[in-house]
Every structure is written in C-alpha cells, then in structure tokens.
Write a protein that binds this ligand. Sequence first.
Ligand code: NAD
Ligand code: NAG
Ligand code: NAG
Length: 364
Amino acid sequence: MLIVLIYILVFRLTHTLTTTHTQSKPTMLSALRLTSKRSFSVAAVNPYKVAVLGAAGGIGQPLSLLLKLNHKVTDLRLYDIKNAKGVATDLSHIPTNSTVKGYTPDQPDALRDALKDTDVVLIPAGVPRKPGMTRDDLFNINAGIVSGLAQNIGEFAPQAAICVISNPVNSTVPIVAQELKKLGCYNPKKLFGVTTLDSIRASRFISEIKETDPTKEAVNVIGGHSGITIIPILSQQKEMPKTITKEQKDALIHRIQFGGDEVVKAKDGAGSATLSMAFAGAKFADAVMSGLNNEKDVIVSSFVDSPIFKDQGIDFFASKITLGPQGVQKIHEYGQLSPEENEMLEKCKETLKKNIEKGVNFVK
Ligand SMILES: NC(=O)c1ccc[n+]([C@@H]2O[C@H](COP(=O)([O-])OP(=O)(O)OC[C@H]3O[C@@H](n4cnc5c(N)ncnc54)[C@H](O)[C@@H]3O)[C@@H](O)[C@H]2O)c1
Ligand SMILES: *[C@@H]1O[C@H](CO)[C@@H](O)[C@H](O)[C@H]1NC(C)=O
Ligand SMILES: *[C@@H]1O[C@H](CO)[C@@H](O)[C@H](O)[C@H]1NC(C)=O
C-alpha cells in the first residue's frame, strides 16, 4: 500500500516537474525543490566540499560566512596568502554541521590540501578596483594570481567546478581555461565566470522602477561582465510600466552596467563591491551544488565556454544556463532582442573578442 502511494507521488511529482515552467511558477517550484531534496536524504545529504581561494579578502570573508551557513557544504576550506586560519577559526565557532579549515602558504602543500577532492572552488583572490581604475587596469596583477591558482586546481582538483570571481572575469576565465588545457584537464562544463552580481543588481534596480518585490524580478543579462558588454535584455521584461521613458530605460541599463562604479566611488578608496558580491557568489555556488545534486531546473546566468558566438571567435559568452550533475547541462539561447539591444550586442562582441584574446595570449 505504502509503495503504491510512493509510486503515485513520484509519478505526480515528475509529471508536474516536466510540465511546470520555472519562471512562471516560482512558489510551486520551490515547494517541489524541497520535496526532491528530501528524497535524496536517504544517502548523505549534499555532502559538498568547497574551497575558497582568497578567503580572507573583502569578498572572501563574507562569502565564506555565507558558505558556512549553507547546509549543502560539509567541508569548507579557506585558502589565502594571509589570515586564512584566522577567518577559518572565527567561522568554525558557528554551530552549523560543516567543518572549516584555513590554509596559508607557510604550511607545506597548503594549496594541495585545500583543493584535494573538492567539488566546488570559488576564486575571489586578487586586488580590487580603486577609484579611477577600470577592470582592465587590474588585468596584469589578477591574471598572474588566477593563472597560478588555476595550475594548482588543474593538478589537485581537476574534477571541481571552478567559479571565477576575480576580475576582469571576461579575461580571467579564458586564462583558467588555457591553463587547464595546458594540463590536459580542461572541462568546459565546469568553468564559470560569476556574473551573478550583474543579475542581482538588475533585479534590484528594475524593482525600484517597477515598484515590485526585487526577489521576484529576473532580468536576462547576457554578454560579458564589464561596462558595455553587460546587456540586460529589458525588451523581454513583461509588465514594464507604460510610463517609463527612453531616458529612464537608458539610465537603468547604464546603472546595471556600471553598478560597480557606484560602489567604488562610495567606498572612496576602501575597495569595490564585496558584500553584494559575496551574496552573489554564495548564490551561484548554491546553484552549482543544486545542479550537482541533480535538482531540476537550476537556471542561472554565467560567463561560460559557449557555442553561441564561437564561429565569430568569441569562445566565452554569458547567458542563461541550466546546471546539472556534470556542471553546465544546457546553454540557453538569449532570445529576441530589440534593434537597440542588437546594436549593444554588436559592440559587446567587438570588445569581448579582444578581452578573450588578451587572456589567451597571457598564458601562451
Ligand atoms: N565578479 C564580480 O562581479 C566581482 C565583483 C567585485 C569584485 N570582484 C573582484 O574580486 C577580487 C577580490 O576583491 P576583494 O574586494 O575581495 O579584494 P581584497 O583585496 O579585499 O581581497 C583579495 C584577497 O585575495 C588574496 N590573495 C591575493 N593573492 C592571492 C593568491 N595568490 N592566492 C590566494 N589569495 C590571494 C589577498 O590576500 C586578499 O585577502 C578582485 O579581483 C575584484 O575585482 C569581482
Ligand atoms: C547535522 O548533523 C546531524 C548529525 O549527523 C544530523 O542529524 C543533522 O541532520 C545535520 N543537519 C543538517 C542541516 O545537515
Ligand atoms: C572585459 O575586460 C576588460 C578589462 O577590464 C574591459 O576593458 C572590458 O570593458 C571588459 N569587457 C569586455 C567585454 O571586455
């Protein structure tokens, strides 16, 4: 009897899952997510090992805190050239199940021990932008840091999903790919440029105009991860207020593209976005783990190795992706664009192509 009941339940669940559209029925989907999670709890629940490289920084610390609070993480490794043990000890007093350990280069094999057997690696290591600096100015310093870390990931954690936060993401992601290719362990399905901050800014800023709940707003943001390469596709928004003017729309696009500058300016020499970025990074890592756990319809935006413009020499592109047990499961088409958005896309592609080449040439 019980078995029959379970069968009926499972059938109805899978049936609903395949017929439910993610975006249109968020409440239903989250309810389903909970149920599907429970059905996995027979085995160990989401036992993911996660490493943060650059964990003692402005982003690294709050990101590590949010990961310590995530029940999908059981083993958290914090690596930094300084203070990683301090941050790890501090976080280790928080009463969640996961263990947290810090690693610094003064220990022999610190990176190996931090990376060994990890499922997810997040990289916020680097230097942040100062006022007047573009993300491009950061290139040479951060490219060197990321490249060194990528070699270690290739050696000690070739199976891990790698989430790159260090800027310029549009160049650091190709750098990681190139290093892994050299080591013969590049898996394009497991390399991600974290562009979630662009998406969450878009949700927040558009909700201020529409006067809606920002947690329910989603904007399809495609392209790259800096300035004009960030393309929020506002034409795909349903229910934009009829009263919104072209000026307001342009201002919104500009604010999404240059939101980082707002923070750099306000912090006035004390760094760039760290707290909102930590939230974005933790949200992205959570989605990656949900995918690994085979949850359904895990859709996020990310800058990935993408077929969309590969024939035009653009190997990486940000668009919506579905995450699964092997990493990227599906890369979504970006859909219909307005003439203005098509123009933005052309400019984006020109710049992106140069940035990617720059990353590739750095490693060559
Ligand atoms: N993807 C995004 O949307 C986004 C948003 C904001 C900032 N960022 C980028 O994230 C990076 C970090 O920013 P932050 O504000 O946290 O800077 P931060 O200077 O506060 O922290 C960086 C940390 O990296 C560490 N580090 C440096 N070299 C290292 C190495 N070789 N190995 C391990 N750790 C190393 C430093 O010790 C420091 O703790 C910057 O590149 C910044 O531009 C990205
Ligand atoms: C934490 O561990 C305990 C003991 O193993 C377990 O019963 C509990 O479900 C775990 N909690 C979470 C949220 O994983
Ligand atoms: C990518 O990175 C470079 C370096 O920051 C930057 O100049 C550029 O505007 C960014 N966007 C694109 C598409 O390159």
